[in-house]
Design a protein around this ligand. Sequence first.
Ligand SMILES: Cc1cc2nc3c(=O)[nH]c(=O)nc-3n(C[C@H](O)[C@H](O)[C@H](O)COP(=O)(O)OP(=O)(O)OC[C@H]3O[C@@H](n4cnc5c(N)ncnc54)[C@H](O)[C@@H]3O)c2cc1C
Ligand code: SF4
Length: 499
Amino acid sequence: MGKPTGFMDYARQDKTAEQPLERIKHFNEFYTPLSKEEQEIQGARCMACGVPFCQSGQNLMGMASGCPLHNLVPEWNDLIYNGNWEEAYYRLAKTNNFPEFTARVCPALCENACTCGLNEDPVATKSNEYAIIENAYETGYAKARPPKVRTGKKIAVIGSGPAGLTVADMLNSRGHSVTVFEREDKPGGLLRYGIPNMKLEKQYIDRKIKIMEEEGIEFRVSCNVGKDVKPAQLLKDYDRVVLACGASNPRDIKAPGREAEGIYFAVDFLKSTTKALWSNNMELKDGDYISAKGKHVIVIGGGDTGNDCVGTSIRHGAKSVLQLEMMPKAPDERAENNPWPEWPRICKTDYGQQEAIAVFGKDPRVYTTTVKEFVKDKKGKLCKAVLVKLEPKKDEKTGRTVMTEIAGSEYTVPADLVLIAAGFLGSEDYVTKAFGVEVDGRTNVKTASGKYSTNVKNVFTAGDMHRGQSLVVWAIREGREAAREVDESLMGYTNLSVQ
Ligand SMILES: Cc1cc2nc3c(=O)[nH]c(=O)nc-3n(C[C@H](O)[C@H](O)[C@H](O)COP(=O)(O)OP(=O)(O)OC[C@H]3O[C@@H](n4cnc5c(N)ncnc54)[C@H](O)[C@@H]3O)c2cc1C
Ligand code: SF4
């Protein structure tokens, strides 16, 4: 363990965030990490408790608690406390293919299940993870390690998000020859064209892709499987195909006036900013992207994607930002029926919302509210939105509680730009139909429980396309498990470890 009395001797210290009014002037990550010495002290706070929930990755009351990758958190906390940064990296890399991504974007399920967090601040595990991986890059431990022997087996991975990248990384390390097909111009999936730069600067994806290429993985970008390449050809050319195409089908808002000019899906909006920044040396040029500059913006959806839209709109220079959430506000503290180490169902004020508060003087979130109608001007441009308040009511037929409009509660607000961040419905059917894979009621690709092989011979699946919209850490976990199953099906056994 770190230091036996570390959790009593030292307080939690975490990376510091640049002040909201300063950080909105740029699109870069805005945390200043601790020094190596300070981070070692944070490692000392870990008690290596008898039951380290931080690494359990268990399901409690339908929500994950602890790290889904079973990262060996107490082990690397101890290693950094003792200054053994190299070994800490190998322990971290044993269970996590991409700590450079999770250490930036993971909601840190580990910290919410940390025993220290039962009655005081949890161990700063996510920052420790960040320090370990960034130190590994600086010192050169994080480098290409190509397999010594090739098996002669060929794998096609469709989709280069965290799930596809994990499958590729694992199977390549086993000596199989892996080609990743990606329809976008660059690999990374939602890491690249969903999650904004402020949370994950894109050069960190390129840094890892370069290593993966040096290790022998081939990336074929701007190649849309099901359109540019036919599944039958892939199944002929490759021994196994893994579908990791994400859950990219956005949920729409069906309200009158939806066709008005100025209504976009969140990912299209975020992607246009990322692309424009990347192609213009991190500067935004008018006309190159979907702009919120000088506009009244309404973000529909109170989740993390909605928050990313709020932060991005503010950086564009929006006139006002409103974020609509259908559900009531969550409590500020854990409710009695939501004890530790369950995932805390509390109101989180994320970076975009903090920035909105700093710029406009109030929280952008409006709860129990949705859009009833989009109003357009004579030219077909969005100019207003009619909002309506909602209340929970029991549906007589199903017995389920549903959010229902309160008659007479409508009000109108100005709106020039609406961003729909209302979640995703599942996989896109041109891919699933082209391969003939079965999907479930949510259009996720169907497999037996805990399995990754589909109904089509030699075709496997992983990530959001399989489990539905989720998190990067789950995509990595799925990628590791799917790779194991693929390897076993090819070789008759596998020595790839999931944990
Ligand atoms: C705006 C936004 C912010 C998010 N923020 C976070 C966060 O902060 N933390 C977190 O943990 N999670 C976050 N998520 C969720 C997370 O990004 C996803 O759960 C994760 O990326 C899923 O990984 P995946 O590999 O399954 O799919 P994806 O990342 O969606 O990758 C799928 C890839 O497949 C490609 N593809 C699809 N069809 C084809 C085809 N036919 N041929 C070739 N290529 C194809 C797509 O272009 C894409 O690149 C966020 C999601 C969004 C939308
Ligand atoms: S991957 Fe996420 S949950 Fe796991 S240790 Fe890292 S920050 Fe915690």
